[in-house]
Ligand binder design. Structure first.
Ligand code: KG4
Ligand code: ZN
Length: 316
């Protein structure tokens, strides 16, 4: 079964063709990121206008690269939310028009669950599992028995994890998107750890990331010098604290539900330090960790097409 996936929830306009929920025949991703950079965050109006300009071209390329014709598509899957409403609307309207013109079924996809599904595009995976989604808009732990039965176990009480990376990078003058900027600055460098911590007061499986952002802001204000190595210490210590909490809560969720499989997705899952620590977790415990290639961590349409297939063939 050939599924056309469409993703326009934030700044990426992406279309992919995926076969049988597993094999990516093509995937095209364009991003309006360069237009947002100078504002230090995504401007919804710019994002939606760029989707309107790009979506036709992106789909044509995805179809051509897959070596198929549009009429060969069996199913269309589109991100329904969460996301920026006008950006979502571009993808949804486009998908509805295609579905009507081609007389092909359309399924609506939850963006957060699609981030977890990204792992299934790389290797077959048994359910149930604990899912950790860490992106610019969301931070959540799930118990996934199957994709029709996803139970939320914990979520952020304030900022999302990626949002914290973005805000801290902004405070440090490192640019946008913050996760990438922080990672590039601190990657494999030695640093002096500053005592930041993340949501220590939040019990159980919920998260909090706004306190650490404020702690970084006050720390920066209290410092006389803004030398490069000072910024490195702050950025790296922030990243360590965030990674500590992600590992700790994921481990707790696996233990609490006696599940030995942790599936990770979302933009922050691209983070090298987190990937190193997850590999360590796998070594030191009986938990098997699944984390997709970086290109499938950030927003993409293949994960939407893949989950679309899964939901369609298992519909009741
Ligand atoms: O999943 P995503 O592409 O979009 C949303 O659904 O939000 O995630 C974007 C977020 C941004 O906050 C960005 O700073 C963060 O993912 N991010 C990273 C890295 N790459 C992207 N955070 C930490 N390390 C990275 N390498
Ligand atoms: Zn996302």
């Amino acid at each position: 079964m050939l599924v056309l996936g469409i993703e326009t929830s934030c700044d990426e306009t992406s279309v992919a063709v995926v076969q049988d929920g597993r094999f990516i025949l093509s995937q095209v991703i364009t991003s309006s990121l360069r237009f947002h950079k100078k504002y230090g965050g995504i401007i919804p109006e710019i994002a939606s206008r760029q989707h309107i300009e790009q979506i036709g071209f992106v789909m044509d390329n995805a179809i051509r690269q897959a070596g198929i014709k549009l009429k060969d598509i069996n199913l269309i899957a589109v991100t329904e939310g969460p996301g920026l409403v006008n950006s979502l609307l571009v993808g949804i309207s486009f998908a509805q028009a295609l579905s009507f013109a081609l007389k092909k079924p359309l399924v609506s996809i939850d963006h957060i669950q699609a981030h977890l599904y990204a792992n299934f595009l790389e290797k077959p995976l048994d359910l149930p599992f604990i899912g950790l989604v860490i992106s610019g808009g969301h931070t959540a732990l799930f118990l996934v028995k199957n994709f029709n039965q996803v139970k939320l176990l914990g979520t952020t009480l304030d900022d999302a994890c990626g949002e914290a990376f973005d805000k801290v990078a902004k405070i440090l003058g490192l640019g946008y998107p913050g996760g990438v900027a922080i990672e590039n600055l601190v990657k494999n460098k030695k640093f002096k750890r500053i005592n930041f911590s993340c949501g220590k007061e939040v019990r159980g499986l919920d998260f909090s990331f706004s306190g650490i952002k404020t702690a970084v802001l006050y720390y920066v204000r209290s410092q006389k010098s803004k030398a490069r190595n000072q910024i490195l210490d702050i950025a790296a210590s922030f990243q360590e604290a965030v990674v500590d909490t992600l590992i700790e809560k994921s481990f707790l969720a696996c233990k609490r539900y006696r599940i030995h499989k942790l599936v990770v997705g979302g933009g922050v899952a691209a983070n090298l330090r987190l990937r190193q620590r997850l590999a360590q977790l796998e070594k030191e415990t009986d938990i098997k960790v699944y984390i997709p290639a970086k290109i499938l961590c950030t927003d993409n349409a293949a994960m939407v097409a893949g989950l679309g297939y899964q939901l369609y063939v298992n519909r009741r």
